[in-house]
Design a protein around this ligand. Structure first.
Ligand SMILES: [Fe+2]
Ligand SMILES: [Fe+2]
Length: 174
């Protein structure tokens, strides 16, 4: 059965709330990824795009792992435009830094870990092991191209990411 858009939007939204409450995920709001797009918006867009691909091809995937892996795939938690010498190899090293940070804050399943570590294939030339990791690897490239060429991302995923950006669990009264 094809997953509904509302269904995966709800899942992403719940996972963003959980991560903002239980991890350092809200720090991704502070760093720029491509163009004017923050790491937070980029990761929400990649999660959205990964679900959209899953829906389009009617794939039977572990949607929870897909979303968590996509949200944490760039969880490196530094400004990669700060000019430090080691940033020259950021493209190769950040999946491992992201995975290390994620493991400090959350318990990852093997699928989630593989999504994070292998999302830079083929630049990091070890291919993903799971179909979920292939989908996030593709979604990341589509989003990165759009963000680099247009300076922003667009469409339904951007509207959704904007909603996530404006919503903060820290504003909740309870
Ligand atoms: Fe990345
Ligand atoms: Fe990315």
């Amino acid at each position: 059965m094809r997953i509904r858009r509302n269904y995966f939007e709800d899942l992403i939204s719940k996972e963003v709330d959980r991560l903002e409450r239980d991890s350092r995920f809200s720090r991704t709001r502070l760093y720029i990824q491509h163009g004017k797009v923050s790491v937070f918006v980029h990761c929400v867009c990649v999660a959205y795009m990964s679900c959209a691909i899953t829906r389009f091809f009617n794939l039977d995937l572990d949607v929870s792992a897909l979303i968590i892996g996509a949200l944490l795939h760039d969880y490196f938690l530094y400004d990669w435009h700060d000019g430090e010498l080691c940033r020259k190899i950021h493209g190769f090293t950040h999946p491992f830094k992201a995975c290390k940070n994620a493991k400090e804050d959350c318990e990852l399943t093997p699928v989630e870990e593989n999504i994070i570590k292998r999302h830079m294939f083929p630049l990091v030339p070890i291919p993903p092991r799971y179909r979920e990791a292939w989908v996030v690897c593709l979604a990341d490239k589509l989003c990165a191209c759009e963000e680099t060429l247009r300076g922003r991302c667009g469409g339904k995923k951007m509207k959704f990411a904007q909603k996530m950006l404006e919503h903060s669990i820290f504003d909740d009264d309870d």
